[in-house]
Ligand binder design. Structure first.
Ligand code: PGA
Length: 249
């Protein structure tokens, strides 16, 4: 059985007290019977204090890191440091990192390798911009992102990754992909894994949907056979909506 996952990407939001309140609120309201694994990706400066809260029901990951061991990289955080403070997951390939910080498929591959080397679980984001969808090139585009950054891995390594399909035109826009669009892409991603690896691998990997996923649309998206959960931005910043999304399973 593939894992069901709901992950909150807090991006560059929240002050220290707000981050505490959000985390504590989720922690208190999360049912012990939750059908989904719950993850949060807070701003890096809050990671340590949230890890210290020691809540086994919430997995904590970092939004970004630099794929070098250590050294003269002012302002950056290494994977070893992420591991050392007790975070276990990393986001790689988010469209905002690709667009605003020019992260290429080649750099993302390096990040994937560095994270796996340090036994961090990768949440790898892919997804096409609007222009690509309007040209009906989304399948080719997303496949290329996976081929160039992820599909060099061995099956066992790939199984330590979670894939998040996030069409760029749906992120933060309130314009969610339709159930058909989401399922079509998720099924395609799974079929490419099947083609490159095998059925075991294809069936083991959770594929999350992201892009204006909220309490109102999560249930129908999560009901798609190939959608194993969501990567949530805006709606993850409030306890109530995040909990409702988790309860959509
Ligand atoms: P959104 O962001 O839910 O605010 O659209 C999703 C994401 O960027 O991961």
């Amino acid at each position: 059985m593939r894992k069901k996952i709901v992950a909150g990407n807090w991006k560059m939001n929240l002050g220290k007290q707000e981050a505490d309140q959000l985390f504590d609120g989720i922690s208190q309201q999360l049912s012990k019977e939750s059908k989904a694994d719950v993850m949060v990706f807070p701003p890096a400066i809050y990671l340590d204090r949230l890890v210290q809260k020691n809540d086994p029901t919430i997995t904590i990951g970092i939004q970004n890191f630099y794929p070098k061991e250590k050294g003269a990289y002012t302002g950056e955080i290494s994977v070893a440091q992420v591991r050392n403070i007790g975070a276990t997951h990393v986001l790689i390939g988010h469209s905002e990192r690709r667009a605003y910080f020019q992260e290429s498929n080649v750099l993302l591959k390096e990040k994937v390798d560095a994270a796996l080397e340090h036994d961090l679980t990768v949440v790898f984001c892919c997804g096409e911009p609007l222009m690509i969808r309007e040209m009906n090139q989304e399948m080719t585009f997303v496949r290329m992102q996976l081929e160039e950054s992820l599909f060099h891995l061995e099956s066992a390594q790939l199984q330590k990754c979670i894939i998040a399909y996030e069409p760029v035109w749906a992120i933060g826009t309130g314009k969610t992909a339709s159930v058909e669009q989401a399922e079509e892409m998720h099924a395609a991603i799974r079929s490419w894994i099947l083609e490159k690896y095998d059925a075991n691998t294809a069936n083991a990997i959770s594929i999350l949907y992201g892009g204006s996923c909220n309490a109102a649309n999560a249930q129908e998206l999560f009901a798609c056979p190939n959608v194993d959960g969501g990567l949530i931005g805006g709606a993850a910043l409030e306890v109530e909506s995040f909990i409702q999304i988790i309860q959509s399973f």
